[in-house]
Ligand binder design. Structure first.
Ligand SMILES: Nc1ncnc2c1ncn2[C@@H]1O[C@H](COP(=O)(O)OP(=O)(O)OP(=O)(O)O)[C@@H](O)[C@H]1O
Length: 279
């Protein structure tokens, strides 16, 4: 994805919230966006997601995009399942596929029982789960999360963390803002700060090429035997206290993560990071 000379002001004479933002974000990037309140983080995310248009400059090369807004629109005229099907169709899925995936994500978030409930009768936590679930329906290449963890319970936050890791490991791009500085701490491959209309690099350094060519270290916790892993990946280190550590070729990491998440009982992905110095 490429941002060229991007600027945004609200109104023809409003101050520039963003100005002259040039940024290239490659696949396999987990980009954290930071900044003080009101500096323009949500504005930046909406433009990245294509929900809002820049007043100047252009954004290209997004690929299939999904977005979780900071505030979920209240009182949508749908049941939860109906909403997900609607969103799936907007994202380009046929009705039958959208319906199947809606069921899948309702179950994954533990809210299958609320499929038929009108959205305006859902608790805040359940509607936030639906807001997040819609973003996974069409397997986005770019996932934009604006405080998406807020209001989720522990299990749903863990599921979202795991899905973010899986998407990035599969070569997707995830851009996120979160008030918790420890959210996915140490895992962001890039960190950008929004301040004074500018978006500047403040950290993260792993080149995309390194990740694809190299190996990634996966840490997962669980009980019992690890499942048989795809791509000929073998468990070399013994599992101690339920902690599994694997060094996985980067191009196999998504398949391995999915195998771990799909195991019965599932393994919880604790960390995914490029192997130090590895190529
Ligand atoms: N739709 C809008 N119309 C007018 N001004 C807006 C609009 N959306 C945002 N702004 C202004 O743009 C600036 C940046 O807002 P934005 O919500 O992008 O910041 P933020 O960093 O995400 O803030 P917070 O951390 O409080 O969520 C603020 O001054 C805000 O008032």
């Amino acid at each position: 994805m490429l941002l060229e000379g991007v600027g945004r002001r609200y109104g023809a004479r409003g101050p520039w919230v963003l100005k002259d933002v040039d940024l290239e974000v490659g696949g396999g990037t987990l980009l954290r966006v930071e900044g003080a309140n009101g500096t323009g983080k949500s504005t930046f995310l909406r433009i990245v997601a294509g929900i809002d248009r820049p007043s100047a400059g252009r954004v290209s090369g997004r690929g299939r995009t999904a977005y979780v807004p900071e505030r979920f629109p209240a009182a949508l005229p749908f049941s939860t399942h109906g909403y997900l099907v609607h969103m799936g169709r907007i994202q380009g899925l046929g009705t039958a596929t959208a319906s199947r995936r809606a069921d899948h994500w309702l179950e994954r978030f533990g809210i299958g029982a609320y499929g038929g409930t009108p959205m305006d009768q859902l608790s805040k936590g359940t509607s936030q789960k639906a807001a997040v679930a819609q973003a996974f329906l069409a397997e986005p290449q770019l996932l934009v999360l604006d405080e998406a963890w807020t209001g989720l319970d522990h299990d749903a936050r863990t599921l979202l963390d795991d899905e973010v890791r899986s998407r990035v490991a599969a070569g997707g791009t995830v851009v996120f803002v979160d008030h918790d500085p420890w959210r996915l701490a140490g895992e962001a491959t890039a960190v950008q700060r929004v301040a004074g209309g500018r978006v500047t690099v403040v950290g993260g350094a792993t080149a995309v090429g390194d990740r694809v060519a190299g190996r990634v270290l996966v840490e997962a916790t669980g009980s019992g035997e690890p499942p048989v892993l795809p791509g000929g990946v073998v468990v070399e280190e013994p599992v101690v206290d339920g902690l599994l550590r694997l060094a996985v070729p980067a191009d196999e990491s998504d398949a391995v993560l999915r195998a771990l998440l799909a195991a019965r009982p599932p393994w919880h992905i604790r960390a995914v990071r490029p192997e130090a110095g590895g190529r």
